[in-house]
Design a protein around this ligand. Structure first.
Ligand code: CIR
Length: 253
């Protein structure tokens, strides 16, 4: 049974970082209720949940994916690109030390976990505004010893690599080619999102089930027709902070 580590929504969630979206009013109570629905979906998909309490003064801390990269052999504690998010890693490192050996990205390099897509022994890292080439070099040196190859991927117009491309299992990827350079993924089968739904490329697979936002019906329809089992969740309030479904958990397979 996979374990999912999650963290409740901060009371200061409305003070989140924003890069590509305009700030809109955010209802923290609605965001919390949606987060609870997301945690229920993780449970329904077969995860055991370890839920960390909300961090009052860390507005974006619900997006726990950005604080670590978990592999079977090691967990790498990141150094998030936004200064307001750097303290988020502390509590996560404490919890992860019970599950894995830890390594850490060292200053001045920065890395957000949302930029790291693990596909078997290949690790793809988005060159975003949050993740630096130096971090990619550090990942190469830590992960090379375990037989992983690390690739960098050029991004345009989105926050993280996993805003643009995620795995739906069996060598298949869900992708927005406007945001990620698809040539990096030539050895995979690519499923394109609907052009009307640019944020639709972020799906979280737990075993054979895809946890997926309710807001992308055209892409969801395409996925279901191609045999992907979906569990849809309303994450519209979390999306106002540029978050999606992978970013609200750390999965320990
Ligand atoms: C940020 O800008 O850092 C947050 N407001 C959103 C982070 C979303 N994280 C993710 O997609 N992995």
């Amino acid at each position: 049974m996979p374990t999912a580590i999650t963290r409740g929504v901060s009371p200061r969630f409305a003070d989140c970082e924003l890069t590509h979206l305009e700030r809109q009013p955010i209802d923290v109570a609605v965001a919390s209720a949606q987060h609870e629905g997301y945690v229920r979906a993780l449970r329904q998909a077969g995860c055991e949940i370890v839920e960390l309490p909300p961090e009052r003064d860390l507005p974006d801390s619900v997006f726990i994916e950005d604080t670590a990269v978990i592999l079977p052999e090691v967990a790498i504690i990141t150094r998030p690109g936004a200064d307001s998010r750097k303290p988020e890693t502390e509590g996560v490192a404490r919890v992860l030390s019970s599950y894995r050996e830890l390594a850490a990205i060292r200053a001045p390099a920065t890395l957000d976990g949302g930029d790291v897509l693990l596909l078997d022994k290949e690790v793809y890292v988005g060159l975003s505004t949050r993740s630096s080439l130096q971090a990619i070099e550090q990942l190469r040196s830590v992960l090379g010893q375990f037989g992983y190859t690390v690739f960098d991927v050029q991004l345009t117009g989105c926050l993280h690599l996993k805003s643009a491309v995620t795995s739906i299992g069996s060598g298949r990827l869900l992708i927005n080619r406007e945001w990620a350079d698809a040539r990096a993924f030539e050895n995979h089968e690519l499923f394109d999102i609907s052009v009307a739904e640019p944020f639709a490329a972020n799906i979280l697979m737990i075993g054979g089930t895809g946890i997926y936002p309710a807001g992308f019906p055209e892409t969801a329809d395409m996925l279901v027709k191609r045999g992907v089992k979906l569990l849809t969740v309303d994450v519209s309030e979390l999306a106002k902070a540029e978050g999606a479904v992978t970013c609200c958990s750390l999965i320990l397979p």
